[in-house]
Write a protein that binds this ligand. Structure first.
Ligand code: CP
Length: 308
C-alpha cells in the first residue's frame, strides 16, 4: 500500500490483516527504534480523528510535527499541494490529511515521495473511520457475514456512510439505509427502510450526525428525534445483542436521545478507543510497505512493571 485513501484499495484479506494488527497494538505497546516525523494536516475541524492519530503516533514513538491551518501560511494563500510539499521538504516521513474537498488526494497523487493517509475527504471518504467501525463490529460479532447493519441519518452528506457501505457489503454484511426525506443518496445502491424497521431488525444501528455545515440551507430538526432518531422507546425494540454506533460528534437529542449515548448497547466511546489502534496499524503498515521500517525496527515498550 503506497497511500491509504480509500478502503476500496484493500482486499478483504488486507482488511482482516489491519484489524488483526490493531488488536495487537491494543494489547501490546510497541515503539519504533529511530526518529521519524509525521504531520497531521487538518484543514477541517476534528477532535477524535486528529487526537487518536496523535496518540497513536506518540505511542509508536513517532515525532508529531505541529500544524494548525488557522495559524499557518494557508492564511497567506498557500495551497494544499505547497503545504504538503513543504512538510515533505522539511523532513516529514508521512502525512495525515483532512480536507473539505472530496478529491483533494488527486492534487497530490504521484507528486510526493512519502505516504499519505486520508483522515477525511469532503463528503467522499473517511477510510480510517470505516476501519475502526469494522474493528468495533468484529470485536462484537467475530465477523461480518450475515450481520444486519442499518446506517441511519444524513446519508447524503456523510463520508462515513460511503466508506462503510462498500466495505461492509463485500465483507458479507446485509446493509440497509434509513434517511429523512432529502437526506437520501441515490448513488448508493442499497435498500432504504424505515427507522422502526431498522431498530427492530438490525444487529448494528449505525447512526450518523446531521452535517449542518455541509447543508446549503437551514435544516429544521425540531421533531427529528421523534421521526427519525433513536428514542428510548425505539431502543427498547432493538434485538438483545444489537449495538448502537455513531462516528461522533453526536448531536445529542437529535440523532439519539442524550441518555442513550452511554447506554449498555452503545459502542460510541469504544469506537473512539479503537480509532487509536486502527490508526497505529495503518501507519505502521504504510511505513513497512514503503520500506521505511521493517519488523526489526520495533521494540516492545517497557512498562513501569517491566522496568521494576
Ligand atoms: N468521527 C470523526 O471523524 O470525528 P472528528 O471530526 O472529531 O475527527
Amino acid at each position: 500500500m503506497r497511500n491509504f485513501i480509500s478502503v476500496d484499495q484493500l482486499s478483504n484479506k488486507e482488511i482482516y490483516s489491519v484489524l488483526k494488527k490493531a488488536e495487537y497494538y491494543r494489547l501490546k505497546d510497541f515503539q519504533v527504534d529511530h526518529q521519524l516525523f509525521v504531520a497531521n494536516l487538518f484543514f477541517e475541524p476534528s477532535t477524535r480523528t486528529k487526537t487518536s492519530f496523535t496518540v497513536g503516533q506518540r505511542k509508536l514513538g513517532l515525532e508529531v510535527l505541529d500544524f494548525h491551518s488557522e495559524t499557518s501560511s494557508v492564511l497567506k494563500g498557500e495551497s494544499l499541494y505547497d503545504t504538503a510539499k513543504t512538510f515533505e521538504s522539511i523532513g516529514a516521513n508521512m502525512l495525515v490529511i483532512r480536507h473539505e474537498a472530496d478529491d483533494w488526494f488527486y492534487q497530490l497523487e504521484n507528486k510526493l515521495s512519502i505516504p499519505i493517509i486520508n483522515a477525511g475527504a469532503g463528503k467522499a471518504e473517511h477510510p480510517t473511520q470505516c476501519m475502526l467501525d469494522l474493528l468495533t463490529i468484529f470485536q462484537e460479532f467475530g465477523g461480518f457475514q450475515g450481520i444486519k447493519v442499518a446506517i441511519v441519518g444524513d446519508i447524503k452528506h456523510s463520508r462515513v456512510a460511503r466508506s462503510n457501505v462498500s466495505a461492509l457489503q463485500r465483507l458479507g454484511a446485509e446493509v440497509c439505509l434509513c434517511a429523512a426525506s432529502g437526506f437520501e443518496d441515490d448513488d448508493l445502491e442499497v435498500p432504504y427502510i424505515s427507522i422502526d424497521e431498522a431498530v427492530q431488525n438490525c444487529d448494528v444501528l449505525m447512526l450518523l450526525r446531521i452535517q449542518y455545515e455541509r447543508h446549503q440551507q437551514h435544516t429544521e430538526t425540531m421533531n427529528y428525534l421523534e421521526q427519525y432518531g433513536l428514542t428510548k422507546a425505539r431502543e427498547k425494540q432493538m434485538k438483545k445483542n444489537a449495538i448502537i454506533m455513531h462516528p461522533a460528534p453526536v448531536n445529542r437529542g437529535v440523532e439519539i436521545d442524550s441518555d442513550l449515548v452511554e447506554c449498555s448497547k452503545s459502542r460510541i466511546f469504544r469506537q473512539m478507543s479503537n480509532g487509536v489502534y486502527i490508526r497505529m496499524a495503518i501507519m505502521m503498515q504504510l511505513l513497512e510497505d514503503w520500506g521505511i521500517l521493517n519488523e526489526n525496527n520495533f521494540k516492545e515498550r517497557k512498562t513501569f512493571a517491566a522496568v521494576k
